[in-house]
Design a protein around this ligand. Structure first.
Ligand SMILES: [Zn+2]
Length: 365
């Protein structure tokens, strides 16, 4: 069987021995036959004369771990309790990067981690799920499928095309949106932590081949932690409501929501949330000769539809999205262009209220 069609494995790093089976089972039942979940149990003897990263890489490339054919590493954010004591979370992250394997971290009590915790996690571009969630296995499965979908899409690109394509062109192809190349490229400026991984391979003997194996990780991280997170190309539910100027509660009404069905996002990770293509929303309004989603919804379905209020004052419409409160906000009552927001995310803001609190730290995080 060739490597490309061989079924990938998911490797779990959980340092609390008594939790290993439960987590493995959770993820396995979510994945079904799509992948086998293997656990790094941490019981191996550690040879003293080998750097721990080398040791782990060797192990993951061994037969016990599907010869390194790994579609996703699921890892506890803090791995301090392995018996061997040397495999830490930073070692796992470093080896995953070296091998080009995507990573999904989990954290207990992620909801309690607060604003700064969230900002930090965004800044370092991590994919994190809630380790306490009753849907833990399913969430890991969704992340796996997102990366796996990208891998399958990449297989469809002929090698001779692939060699000539830039990362934004490849991502646009994966998303079936060649028209978004320029905007996707804007999301790349300033995204060093995601795209830096590409630079390391430009000088290798066969960069195209080397990169093709790594692209699921690189593009998946970019899509998940940037394009889907910061509204500009793709808008989450609240950002879409704000952009369309339809009250977010009204936007959830199926009859109203259905007006924009054509614009809904169905690409990789689409089961991790709800998103709309902004360009498609514009197209729907244009085709119906409406100035705003508010006009369109009123005309088409319901005279009672309310406009989308700014979180800083209920008497005026929003239009933009506060990344901290995750609420609609207007341009006047918010700050945009935060240095670590991707350049193309022109709807992503920090509201005045939040900026007052965290303004001094925004540059840091
Ligand atoms: Zn306002």
């Amino acid at each position: 069987m060739s490597k490309s069609i061989r079924k990938p494995a998911v490797v779990l790093f959980e340092d609390i021995i008594q939790d290993q089976d439960k987590r493995q089972l959770d993820i396995q039942s979510a994945l079904g036959k799509a992948a086998t979940v293997l656990v790094y149990k941490g019981e191996e003897e550690t040879p003293q004369d080998m750097p721990v990263e080398v040791l782990l890489e060797k192990l993951l490339n061994s037969h016990s771990f599907n010869d390194g054919h790994i579609g996703l590493i699921v890892s506890d954010r803090e791995l301090g309790r392995y018996k061997s004591g040397v495999i830490s979370d930073s070692v796992v992250l470093a080896v995953a990067e070296k091998m080009g394997i995507p990573v999904c971290l989990y954290e207990r009590g992620i909801k309690r981690s607060g604003t700064m915790g969230k900002l930090k996690q965004w800044k370092i571009k991590e994919i994190v799920v809630d380790g306490d969630s009753k849907n833990f296995g399913e969430e890991c499965g969704q992340v796996f499928h997102g990366f796996n979908n990208i891998a399958r899409k990449l297989e469809e690109i002929p090698g001779k095309d692939f060699k000539k394509m830039t990362p934004p062109e490849i991502l646009a192809r994966v998303l079936d949106r060649e028209e978004e190349i320029d905007r996707i490229a804007l999301y790349g400026t300033g995204e060093q932590s995601v795209l830096l991984e590409i630079l390391a391979y430009i000088d290798s003997k066969n960069p195209a081949l080397e990169l093709k194996n790594r692209y699921p990780r690189i593009l998946g991280n970019w899509l998940y932690t940037s394009l889907l997170r910061y509204p500009g190309i793709l808008l989450n539910e609240i950002a879409a409501a704000s952009y369309l100027n339809i009250h977010e509660d009204d936007f959830r009404i199926p009859k109203i929501n259905a007006l924009f069905k054509e614009a809904s996002y169905k690409g990789p990770f689409s089961d991790r949330g709800t998103w709309w293509w902004r360009r498609e929303l514009d197209r729907i309004l244009e085709n119906n000769k409406c100035e705003s989603g508010f006009d369109y919804a009123r005309k088409k379905s319901n005279k009672q539809v309310r406009y989308c209020q700014c979180m800083e004052g209920k008497d005026h419409p929003a239009g933009f999205y506060c990344m901290i409160n995750e609420q609609p906000v207007c341009r006047e009552h918010s700050h945009g262009g935060v240095s670590w927001f991707p350049r193309g995310a022109d709807l992503a803001m920090i509201s005045d209220r939040e900026y007052k609190k965290i303004g001094p730290f925004v540059g840091l995080y």
